[in-house]
Design a protein around this ligand. Sequence first.
Ligand code: BGC
Length: 756
Amino acid sequence: MKNLKFSFFTLTICCLLFACKTVNSQQTSLSSSTNKLDVATILSKMTLEDKVGEMTQLSIDVLSEGKPYNLKSPHKLELAKLQKVLVDLKVGSILNVGGYAYTREHWYEIMEVIQDYAMNKKKSGIPVLYGIDAIHGANYTVGATRFPQQIGLAATWNPEHAYETGRITAYETRASAIPWTFSPVLDMGRDPRWPRFWETFGEDVYLASEMGREMVKGYQGDDIADKYRVAACLKHFLGYSFPWSGKDRSPAYIPERQLQEYFVPPFQEAVDNGAATVMINSAEMNGIPVHANPDILTGLLRDQMGFEGLAVSDWEDVGYLYTRHRVAKDFKDAIRIAVNAGLDMAMVPMDTDFPILLKELVEEGKVPMSRIDESVSRILKVKLELGLFDQPYFPMEDYPDFGSAKHAQASYDAAAESITLLKNEKNILPLDKSTKVLITGATANSLRCMNGGWSGTWQGDNPEYDTKGKKTFVQAIQDKVANVDYVEGSSFDKAIDITAAVNAAKSSDVAIVCIGELSYTETPGNIDEFDLPDAQHELVEAIAATGTPIVLVMAAGRPRIVREMVAVSDAFVMTYLVGDEGGRALADILFGDVNPSGKLPFTFPQFHNTFKPYDHKGTDRVKRDFSMNGFEPQFEFGSGLSYTNFKYSDLTLSSKELSKTGQLSISITVKNTGARAGKEVVQLYITDKVASITPPVKRLRGFEKIDLAAGKSKTVTFSVSTEELAFVGKDLDWVTEAGEFEVQIGDLTEGFEVVE
Ligand code: BGC
């Protein structure tokens, strides 16, 4: 049997290598004729059918055996469908996976056939642009490295981790023969009810812009034709993350001032750094579906922001203009509206009518040819820049580091810097390695809970697609120390064996209770209650009643109300969605081999009715005693403890007065006054004391993560220009007003003035 398996595998590899060679050698001849190719030359030779086909993106479901959403297993392409979709309809882009992660071998098989149909059987020979949601690693390829999700990366406050996650994800995505990822999410995580909160870099504009830029650079490098880089896709443009209802794909109401000041900047930063593509917000904003809004798709994205890349719709959203939003009378009308608004490519994704109807619209004069040419040019530009005409994918053996220990180490490093210690009474942590511990709770023994959605499957909910050999919290702790008892205790929402957990707690020195969420994304992640289910409360309360100290660990994609559970625990640790190496990272932190250095990238609410980001306006008098202290988070944005202490001193400004074109240098000395080395995030906040519109209480204007040995000091210097003090004012322009400002770093503050 073993031999049989081996010979089948060898045969498959040989076939693949041969196939790869065939496509490549055909490409060599294509490339010699396409070397001089540019967008205008290709466009001039294209028919209208070629062009509308290029603007169509379909799911791999429509190329596969079986029915959409219900493909035959194991997955297989169906050649007649390829002929229809790629050759007859000339569809230019395919996306996604048919339900679950594929092996690299299978991805190569798929890509070889698809590109053969596109480049050899279709007359124009234009390669297919294949896109996938590789959002925390190449999460749809078996054996790929899975990183912390974006909310965890943000908690590292270390942009290098965003860069490395992007770089390695690009490598492993290309190693799966795919050149385009639908990542990063640059929506602002300013409403924790939203089920995709964890896909964001959190609530702060500055932090999200820094992390987003680095992730894009990691994906794209200097040249997306590089066989180790991919095209990034910024999503979801714009306003998706701030729904009025807190639910996925539901309407947002965002005033223009807030839109410009809070929601545009992370996208702008990524656009300025060369991001190749964007994806449009599925929902509606200010009463208009974004896919139907030329002011957003053209006015804002193109004219104001200067984006020259390709804009793809989100899943089925053109159709929704008619079925859900009711701004179109039928599908054809919806296509007219979306394309005229500025959409380049429609993720239809199961509907093969799109190119046919779009062609009719052009022939009827309802969509101008100039609009089509503009979109097709943008699509071709991305294909050319990716080098797809020359070589759509590279040999499998060019990627020896796929799923390697080196890549796992990068994921571990990010995980270890993301985990955030928020309470540590009487320094219960770190635990001594001889401590007798009970570990229990819904998220204790689950890679699903550590990885979240988009992991092996869309919802990340099928353990069959967990990465083999990776350790859950329980397994990693058992690997590390000897005295470990594990009792499940509760599932996400059901008490399992609370009595057994209580009994085990009684004979343990410490109980590590792991609470949190199951994996989810999009609509399946909508919640009606912000509390965690009763079963998790019951478990914590029952263990607290034993008197055994509790280390509460929360693995979740968003904060939930944990006030009562935290109150009865001695320590509280937030892991977010920490990825495949998070078990090891948590064990190392709990038992003191790593000093925690994560900081919250969002405000952790304490009560259901007080969701408010840290940079809110200071006008709320929400307490019933009329006092001005309406902001009462469980834990503040930017907070996170260490096993050592840092002392801030010598906050020095280069000047107390700054002109409107001035530059201020701000320095601070940080000393590690404890007994062990540690990393600290030095955070610079600035407050505009008086402004023509109500100023936020403070805004992050710089940060740096430093590493300090025990007893050592470091001086950190920030440079801030007056431009960076600006806000979007009454006239909807960015303004810096003269007046007093206050700098805050750590517990120190210092004032300065901007003069006319
Ligand atoms: C999501 C996108 C994703 C797309 C393709 C949509 O449902 O909103 O974020 O990129 O599907 O899978």
